[in-house]
Write a protein of this length. Structure first.
Length: 390
């Protein structure tokens, strides 16, 4: 199948910080660029008019198109036409916080299984929410401290009332309710790193209701929960509304949205706090699955695929007009470790996720290889995709 058959009819990417954007229109959607008209409408609507159809994109209120700023990129391509835009951005949209960025002391939280919405931990209030040392912290201690590292080969564990946060997980003290909500399962684990080629046992914890893996048991009294597997709900007034969080209707669709939203928010937080833009997504046994390079965090993206005619929930369509919302997203360059000899990047942050989640990210990334646009075809084994803030 040709690559153009997989591309969207119309694809829009706007950069809020650069106040610019690009519109791609597939070659079979319009024959003559002179027939294309791109303009702003009321209520922050961007209109792309072709002879056969009009595509409308609802932008965020602070973003609009500067009139007469649309220019076609020079050069003819067989895949389609590119139009460059200039934008007026009054205030860039802020990326939402991840679970880790939202946790606060003296606030009561309930923890639920993301897969089925069942309660895992209820009414937990933390006196301390503390970050764990991460990255190359141990190496820095060895280089800069004149005395031995007092924490070498020691685990930092939470006490009662503590919540310790890592890059992609939370450490919480176990309580008596865990016996009714969680299931323990021992797994043999073979470390993938050269320094730790030995077998060990890891105790995984799963939801008792749906058997979804939520994390692992660090010690008999401490649990590790991956932020991609749980929902954290603050109790404001009354009890946590579990019914509202139920994901029974469209589990696969909602699961994918949750993963994208969670990973996007966490990548933005880590890159902003530590100026790190290259990440390695690993399984719990330290096996690298995918390498990510964060390109930008201010994108607004919209697309109109052929499937729009089916009336997808994100797109409203009729014979003449189609419309959708521009979604906030982060743009990521990536390479699958299975397709390359490259297993790590220099100055790369390694983040572990559950085996199921790394598999989901892998398949999501692999699927985007069929949706490459011509301006990135020279990237060889590298591809890009978007994590959306739905």
């Amino acid at each position: 199948m040709e690559e153009t058959a997989q591309q969207d009819l119309v694809f829009l990417e706007l950069r809020q910080k650069l106040q610019s954007g690009v519109v791609f229109i597939r070659s079979d959607a319009v024959r003559d660029d002179a027939d294309v008209k791109i303009e702003s409408k009321q209520d922050s609507v961007l209109s792309v008019q072709t002879p056969d159809r009009t595509y409308r994109v609802k932008l965020t209120p602070a973003v609009s198109l500067l009139e007469t700023s649309c220019q076609r990129s020079p050069g003819y391509t067989q895949h389609g036409s590119h139009f460059r835009l200039r934008l007026k951005v009054e205030q860039p949209t802020e990326a939402p916080c991840s679970v880790i960025g939202q946790l606060r002391v003296n606030v009561t939280y309930s923890f639920l299984c993301q897969s089925c919405g069942s309660m895992v931990l209820q009414d937990r209030t933390f006196g301390r929410v503390l970050p764990l040392p991460n990255g190359n912290w141990n190496a820095l201690v060895d280089d800069w401290c004149c005395h031995p590292d007092p924490f070498a080969n020691k685990k930092l564990l939470p006490r009662d009332g503590d919540c310790l946060v890592g890059d992609t997980f939370l450490l919480l003290a176990r309580d008596s309710s865990c016996e009714q909500t969680l299931v323990r399962e021992e797994n043999s684990l073979q470390k993938a790193s050269a320094e730790q080629k030995r077998s060990s046992k890891r105790v995984m914890v799963s939801c008792r209701s749906c058997s979804a893996a939520l994390g692992e048991e660090v010690t008999a009294e401490v649990l590790k929960f991956y932020i991609t597997e749980i929902l954290v709900k603050p109790r404001e007034d009354g009890e946590c509304d579990i019914a509202r969080l139920s994901l029974v209707s469209e589990p696969n669709s909602e699961r994918q949205k949750f993963l994208e939203r969670t990973l996007a928010a966490r990548l933005v937080e880590l890159s902003s706090a530590q100026s790190i833009f290259r990440f390695s997504i690993q399984t719990p046994d330290d096996k690298a699955v995918i390498l990510l390079w964060l390109l930008n965090t201010d994108a607004l993206v919209a697309s109109f695929p052929d499937a729009a005619a089916r009336g997808d929930s994100f797109i409203s369509a009729d014979e003449v007009h189609q419309s959708c919302w521009a979604a906030q997203a982060v743009k990521v360059l990536y390479i699958l470790c299975s397709d390359s000899k490259l297993q790590e990047w220099p100055t790369c942050r390694c983040d572990a996720l559950s085996s199921e989640t790394t598999g989901a990210v892998y398949h999501h990334s692999a699927a985007t290889q069929e949706v490459r646009y011509e301006n990135l075809l020279n990237a060889k084994h590298y591809f890009f995709f978007f994590f959306f803030f739905f």
